[in-house]
Design a protein around this ligand. Structure first.
Ligand code: GUN
Ligand code: ZN
Length: 434
């Protein structure tokens, strides 16, 4: 099949791409072509334009006609826990009890490589079925869980960001603990083995300060200083009980962010998941270092964490990505995640335009991952990861779209009501994977 991807292919359909951010430029930052085309060659997007112009310029290209369907950049999920695939939608608990009751027993199973392989493959296939082509995922403390995910991603050609989750404090169960030294050694070995191999990107991953000792945070801060080219991901200020817990475990810290800052874990390549209940100092420091925040709206409502301040944080110029946070999040779908982001924004009285929702799920997330030169848009030179959406995938959506007067009215019902049935095809580096 690799020979097939090398010859130029012209994909015809409606297209949506971005020339900037809708947060700063409004909906004009999105470019819609009703009869558009995408020229793909060697796994890369070569050109985007009208069907008429590209067909005339490339008469020998193979044609794939997607009809009235909408070609969008593949969705980029900026924060997820693939090991939690099998326990998604677990009932009735808030963060700390949810971790102890559901999450940790599930993650313990990843000591076994065959189980990790099974879930990694299942998870990535679920992502592709939902139109997601890239993810930034936590693994478990077991190096095998990282091997499993990167191997499954390599087999599918996907650009996946991931790292070994590190926990060495007695707040985590003994069967899920590493040490400061083994976390450093294992993370370093995995980073050296996987980072930049094909499309794999290693991410240094302390779970969050309550499950690490200061010594472990310091060791991982040192590793990051030795490898400033990689991302670092963790959790920040998700739930008020958690923040109180952090204060009791780190009595000398000025605030939650300070527990990372003090050990070298605050920086521009840092990804801070949730970031709901921020103090003014935290907000200012995150902005100062140009850190990225990741909004996980289905998780924040499902676990009962709170309402992310999208308007305030984006107006302040912070970089924000969008994510499912599977399995604290209740869905694998970035469409469902955009719908939840819309609902949370409504509760804060700052509705998000469909162009902003789609941008967050694609280019915004790519920018949070420092990967906008590779993924997250339909533009020449970017990797050919794209998703083909059926904008009338169910009778309920179709009857609404029949009355749509522009592309945003045609897309918004699929954002709010769509699921994997709306995903007609998913392409990874030019290859059809669904
Ligand atoms: N904080 C620390 N670990 C987790 C996790 O697995 N999920 C969520 N939602 N928050 C966390
Ligand atoms: Zn998380």
């Amino acid at each position: 099949s690799s020979s097939k991807t090398l010859s130029p292919t012209l994909h015809l359909g409606q297209t949506l791409s971005f020339t900037g951010s809708p947060f700063t430029e409004g909906a004009e930052a999105a470019r819609h072509e009703n009869a558009g085309a995408l020229l793909v060659e060697g796994g890369v997007i070569r050109e985007i334009g009208t069907a008429e112009a590209l067909r005339a310029a490339h008469p020998a290209a193979k044609l794939v006609d997607h009809g009235a369907a909408l070609i969008v950049p593949g969705f980029v999920d900026a924060h997820a826990h693939y090991p939690q695939t099998g326990m998604i939608a677990s009932w009735g608990k808030r963060l700390i009890d949810w971790l102890n009751h559901y999450t940790f027993p599930t993650e313990a199973r990843f000591a076994e490589r065959s189980y990790a392989d099974e879930i990694a493959g299942r998870y990535l296939d679920l992502l592709l079925a939902h139109g997601t082509t890239s993810v930034c995922s936590y693994c478990t403390i077991h190096p095998e869980s990282v091997e499993a995910l990167f191997s499954a991603a390599e087999a599918r050609g996907m650009r996946v960001f991931a790292g070994k989750t590190c926990m060495d404090r007695d707040t985590a169960p003994e069967f899920l603990r590493d040490s400061a030294q083994s976390a450093y050694d294992d993370s370093k070995a995995l980073l050296e083995r996987w980072h930049g191999r094909g499309r794999a990107e290693y991410v240094i991953t302390p779970r969050f300060s309550p499950t690490s000792t200061p010594g472990q945070l310091q060791a991982l801060g040192a590793l990051w200083a030795e490898h400033p080219e990689v991302l670092m991901q963790t959790h920040l200020s998700e739930q008020t009980d958690e923040i109180a817990w952090v204060k009791s475990l780190y009595p000398q810290a000025r605030d939650y962010l300070d527990t990372y800052e003090a050990y070298g874990l605050l920086g521009e390549r840092g990804l801070y998941g949730h970031a709901i209940h921020l103090e003014p100092r935290e907000h200012a420091r995150l902005k100062e270092v140009n850190a990225a925040l990741v909004h996980c709206p289905t998780s924040n409502t499902f676990i009962g964490s709170g309402l992310f301040d999208m308007d305030g944080l984006t107006k302040a110029g912070l970089r924000v990505g969008l994510a499912t946070d599977t399995g604290g999040g209740s869905s694998f779908s970035m469409l469902r995640t955009m719908a939840a982001a819309y609902e949370v924004a409504q509760l804060r009285h700052h509705p998000l335009h469909p162009s902003a929702l789609l941008w967050l799920a694609t280019q915004g997330s790519a920018i949070s991952l420092m990967a906008e030169d590779r993924i997250g848009n339909l533009a020449p030179g970017l990797e050919a990861d794209f998703t083909v959406l059926d904008l009338a995938s169910t009778p309920a959506i179709a009857q609404r779209v029949a009355q749509a007067e522009d592309i945003w009215e045609a897309l918004f019902p699929t954002i709010m009501m769509g699921d994997d049935r709306a995903v007609r095809a998913t392409y990874v580096a030019g290859r059809q994977m669904l």
